[in-house]
Ligand binder design. Sequence first.
Ligand code: KG4
Ligand code: ZN
Length: 368
Amino acid sequence: MPETTLLAIETSCDETSAAVIAETGDAARPWRLLSNVVASQAAIHREWGGVVPELASRQHLRDICGVVDQALETANVTFEDLGAVAVTQGPGLVGSLLVGVSFAKSLAWTYGLPLIPVHHLAGHIESLVLAHGELPLPAAVLVVSGGHTSLYLVSEPGRYALIGRTRDDAAGEAFDKVAKLLGLGYPGGPIIDKLAKTGNDRAFAFPLARMTHADRNQPSPTAPSGLLPPSVERRVDFSFSGLKTAVARVVAQARAADPRLSTLDPGFVSDIAASFQRVVVQALLDRSFEAAAWLGARSLGIAGGVSANSGLRAEAEARGAKAGLPVFVPPLSLSTDNAAMIGAAAMRKLRAGVTAGWDLNAQASLTL
Ligand code: KG4
Ligand code: ZN
């Protein structure tokens, strides 16, 4: 089969993105990125302290034509050069997803091209392969974003088994909520990341949540049975809502101590940011490295918006070096939402012969 070039579209949340990606013919490094255009709506949602779904879908409508045009122009290709059109089907905000799905369907229909539906988290996982080539398998891959904190086992290319997930908030959501509590902007992750660099990460002893088999309400294991030893299979899940509450309590105490205070002391805010981030990083990495060992993984990948965090990257690298486990993170441009990663996941599906019918619909929730 000749090498294919495809156009990918991502509109699951508040980024309108289009990318052009081509096959290389090299099995070890299968795809080459020709363009990746992202129109971020962060400035619009910042005013409201979080993503407003109705505003998001309307902005996708305004941006999509220009973003697709620019992706093709940057890649120096025309619609006639394309072999397929790929789009994020879910999970995400349904109104936002619908814009991308409808646009991709229309394009594919018009040019007689196969339409490829992509799971957003498969995109985050494949961002690692797009950036680094095929990972040593089996790989444990942590997808950590604003909507998800999920750990997958990738046993062969394109095959993902869910091993652990958050029981409540996603890690990125915790970053965003803590930033809001501290009166910082949106999205909170990059702001906390920056402030944490100047704060004392031991100033506050925030709790590190851990699921154990001794829980009174024993959770059922997330991983398919047989993948993890029974003694640990209930331990791989994550939880961040208690940590968020602990931060809220410290902030409320500070405000109560001085009700005239209109803004919090910058040193106090940096100390909270640093202490909070240290606990999140520890929770994510403790579990991921343990699970990687239990699964006999030959590499660990960390993808999704929170993988942009400088503290997480540094600590992951240090632990990987110590454990002799290669650790992969995407470049910053492929960490937060983008269409390049959707194109990468779509190439796998195209080669596996998976395409969508014209009745393809957006799915707010979708399992991988
Ligand atoms: O993957 P993504 O762009 O969208 C989702 O699929 O959710 O992830 C966005 C999340 C937000 O919660 C944002 O605060 C977080 O990623 N994030 C970060 C950093 N950059 C983005 N969190 C921590 N540190 C960062 N540097
Ligand atoms: Zn994402």
